[in-house]
Design a binder for this molecule. Sequence first.
Ligand code: FEO
Ligand code: CA
Ligand code: CA
Length: 651
Amino acid sequence: MNKLEMLEDLPSNTSDNEHFQAVVERAVSRRGFLKSGLGLSAAVFLAGSLSACNSDDDDDDDVAETPQEPASLLGFQAIPIFTGDDVRIAAGYTATVFAPWGTPLFAGDPAWQNGRDDAAAQARQVGDNHDGMHFFPLTEGNSDEGLLVMNHEYVTTSGAATYTWLFGTQDTTITTLDQADKAINAHGVSVIHIARNAAGKWEIKLGSRYNRRITAATPMRLTGPAAGDALLQTSADPTGTLVLGTFNNCGNGWTPWGTYLACEENFNTYFGTTIAGDGRSAAQKRYGLSSGATAYGWELFHDRFDYKKEPNESNRFGWIVEIDPFDAESTPKKRTALGRIKHENAAYRIAADGTVVVYMGDDQADDYIYKFVSDGKYVAGDQRNNANLLDSGELYVAKFKSGAASGDFMGDGEWVLLDRNATPELAGFANQAEVLIHARLAGDAVGATKMDRPEWVAVHPDSGEVYVTLTNNSGRSVTDEANPRAQNRYGQIVRWRETGNDPKATTFEWDIFVLAGNPVKYTDRSDLKSGSANVTADNTFNSPDGLGFDPDGRLWIQTDGNYSNAGEYEGQGNNQMLCADPVSKEIRRFFVGPKECEVTGLSFTPDGRTMFINIQHPGEDGDSHWPDGGTSVPRSATIVITKDDGGVIGS
Ligand code: FEO
Ligand code: CA
Ligand code: CA
């Protein structure tokens, strides 16, 4: 069925046919840029006739067909949903649990004590709630030895200062400083030196000088244009440049000069007050600080987490932290030039002239997508030149527009500069430091497009096309073309192409790669809740979050959504990882995680033959004993994925 009828914004004086032609011309005009002819009309988008997974192309529409379908990148058999307390992976692959929460990282340390370990022990063990991750080969191209660097986003709480599993029992309300400090030490980042042993199995090198724990108490510097600003000064740090710790590091990034980017997300939830009365500023409210007690309870033991005692401490979080994983003594740096938001991840692209561009999403319903464009140029191999490239540049925020045609799930867009001195709407900010510290307010001022919770961004390794997961937004009432559903429960992936394929461009074209949906629940495929044509009863999922490309350009999609397998989510099972072919748009389910987890974090060895992913918060509601089974404490863990024939993952 032609679904143009149901689209809302068709100009009334344009027949479907004329509209259709305009869309086709637009799609065709993009082909020079896209090479593979990815531009799609609304009808094609919903009916799916370009998709390689639909072989019957006998619809008698007038849409120009793709001249030649390339062979699918997906070489594995899709798997069904799963609702049990284990993992499932495509046939011919092996998933091995690796480096679970509590694993000792230093030689001579005692074994994990089933969660009864104290704060000092936790500071030397792998942290909790594994999230973003990157494998740095120890030497260039090395697929047998490297540094696995990962975020430990948070620890699971179940009420005021009550933690789920962190102390070895399902619910523990903390009453001591050591308990608060254990939670602090379970946050942050692990740097883990790993290598294949003689049998080909990945192992931790326990005695390595590279192994490191960075926690929510590790000293680090604020650098870049906002460093030292009055808004970053506290009683413990009148310089506004020295911070203790990083936390709620969600997604990640990395740079071609060998550093790791830990991205601070929901920092607001760590700041509360024990003092009566609200007392939050407008900016603190915009960033989501709540009055009263926090679920973590750190403010009970450390004054800096009480926003009434230290009103600026929360301004020192919400940044991207650059870490040199090859120097365990190095001081992590919070790069203020990239702006302060609830950072999900950071994905770079290098322009032809060496300019470094970093794409970033702000994970909140109705928040924005940003990009940083460096002043300096990247020079391969010149560490001194590259060391501080992220300290100086311009910050932009995205506006997504409908483009020439409405209702076709594509359009164009604009990057709006957030510069106090060049952008008239920002004249009310005191200085550029305030623009960066209150980047969300700057985005508000210029009218950036309110997105359906931007999560991970990923850059295609060849085309430079940029993909972003918009996880869901059940509160949306006003739609636009990139965020086309009210009460969006399922999420979508949007992609854009910079004008002239130049990452520094200030304009772009975009389209929706997949509108996630549930065709099991919504069998009428004209209902947008059933998803776009590349969503089927066999691959249905909700809430795309983690996202990344492998070296061959396969797009890996991880979910952090509703795992009830009921109602709106019937037939979707536990959280999962799928793989998509960016050209055909086909999506297949590759992996399913255990109960009550999310699947997140992804990285590959350079040869693409080992993939690392993370299982976060299994049993967050109390109903999992993964991975150890029985009545054990559930633990977040990495999964090492290998192909049984030694081949490339996904091939
Ligand atoms: Fe920590 Fe946006 O997920
Ligand atoms: Ca459009
Ligand atoms: Ca996430």
